[in-house]
Design a protein around this ligand. Structure first.
Ligand SMILES: Cc1cc2nc3c(=O)[nH]c(=O)nc-3n(C[C@H](O)[C@H](O)[C@H](O)COP(=O)(O)O)c2cc1C
Length: 405
């Protein structure tokens, strides 16, 4: 089976972007250049995540589209901030302009952020609302005629689509859906309500990474829930990556990052991961490796890079999305030679993961490095025919020649 490799398309960038001294002052030109790089190197797509810098996601996708020809834009969407019919109109427009290259990452949100945007449902009710939202979105994208009459979502029948004619979609002026099965929906959700919701609406279920076996167990559980309602999902994960020619160089680079990370960043990240009722001073972990790291940090020092390796080549050291000292989460990183990392990706794949949303910093440099070192070792689903660097060498087995640069 082939894997899909996606890269990160967001603004924070630099060699150590979680520390003020390691972050660049980036802007739109940089984002366009990044989008063009991801596209030319042959990644399947680019994830546009919410949360940093607060750039509006669909604006980022639209503004960078013209720098690309092939990649899919996986755009994070909080349900409810636009009506489902309006989102369908935007999706139809984007798909018509891009040849069907939109995918959406359905974000569940949290109480504080949702409320700040004017959506006031509590945790479980948010999922009930979201289910109707995504159903209504799918129907609108595909050209619903009869409206939608749910508890939360009410769409009037579309006057432009009466009597079987298809003259317009939700005011979209006759736009036809380019993706005939609808826009692929990706998303996450670990709580029971989150899993129940995911299996009903998602095409690709995402989770932050863990060891291959533990991630595989989580995915098998979700797959079993989906099977109960006759659905099949694909599975993806999110990892940072430090790939180098040799394993030694990769760990040296990991140590270089640790040396540029403050103890304060570690403490902040630990506090965010603590179970309710625990404090940084009081918490004790049953895991001796975690407990030892905690004690070193409490003494005002950071442990060495290798001390955060929880499984061969899987690292919970510092990252933009957190320094997951207590347990792997959004900041989990693959560290090693291309051969090490290819082996680990195959192990994840054997446990059911087929999509990998990767990032390394600086984003453009590391996108090149991953394409150069790792792509040739993997069976990759690019989602399109990758142009050959040198068509004369088509018959040669060296897959490095397939880089688009
Ligand atoms: C790959 C991946 C990407 C995510 N991207 C975003 C994002 O852009 N914005 C956001 O608010 N949450 C994002 N999330 C968080 C999820 O929406 C969800 O809140 C998180 O997985 C915690 O929910 P859970 O504990 O039910 O899994 C992402 C999660 C994953 C696994």
């Amino acid at each position: 089976m082939a894997v899909k490799l996606l890269w990160y398309l967001t603004l924070p960038d630099g060699p150590v972007p979680w520390e003020p001294e390691g972050r660049w002052n980036t802007g739109f030109d940089h984002l366009r250049q990044l989008a063009a790089t991801i596209d030319r190197l042959g990644y399947y797509g680019a994830l546009i995540a919410t949360g940093f810098g607060h750039n509006e996601i669909l604006t980022v996708a639209s503004a960078t589209l013209s720098a690309t020809q092939r990649i899919k834009f996986l755009a994070a969407i909080h349900p409810g901030l636009l009506t489902p019919a309006k989102l369908a109109q935007i999706a139809l427009t984007f798909d018509n302009f891009s040849g069907g290259r939109l995918a959406l990452n359905a974000i569940n949100g949290n109480d504080a952020t949702s409320a700040a945007f004017g959506v006031h449902y509590g945790h479980d009710e948010r999922y009930d609302f979201s289910l109707e939202y995504w159903q209504a979105f799918k129907e609108s994208y595909l050209g619903q005629k009869n409206g939608y009459d749910g508890k939360y979502i009410k769409l009037a029948p579309n006057p432009n689509l009466s009597n079987g004619s298809r003259r317009g979609v939700a005011g979209g002026g006759g736009l036809q859906p380019v993706q005939t099965n609808g826009v692929p929906l990706w998303g996450a959700g670990t709580s029971p309500a989150g899993v129940a919701h995911s299996v009903r609406i998602l095409d690709t279920y995402l989770s932050f990474a863990d060891t291959p076996e533990r991630l595989g167990a989580k995915f098998r559980n979700v797959a079993a829930e989906a099977a109960k309602i006759g659905r099949t999902l694909t599975f993806g994960t999110r990892l940072q990556i430090i790939v180098r020619e040799t394993e030694g160089e990769a760990w040296e680079y990991a140590q270089w990052l640790v040396d540029r990370t403050s103890v304060e960043y570690a403490i902040e990240s630990i506090k965010r991961q603590l179970p309710q009722g625990e404090t940084f001073e009081s918490y004790r972990s049953d895991n001796p490796q975690v407990q030892k790291n905690l004690e070193t940090i409490r003494a005002g020092r950071l442990p060495k890079a290798k001390d955060y390796e929880i499984y061969p080549n899987i690292w919970t050291g510092p990252a933009l999305h957190g320094f997951n000292v207590l347990a792997p989460l959004a900041g989990t990183t693959l560290v090693g030679s291309a051969e090490n990392i290819a082996a680990r990706i195959r192990e994840f794949e054997a446990q059911g993961t087929s999509a990998f949303i990767l990032s390394g910093w600086p984003l453009i440099d590391e996108a090149h490095r991953v394409a150069e070192l790792l792509f040739p070792l993997l069976d990759i689903d690019h989602g399109f025919e990758v142009p050959l660097l040198n068509p004369e060498r088509r018959h040669l087995p060296d897959r490095r020649e397939r880089a688009v640069r």
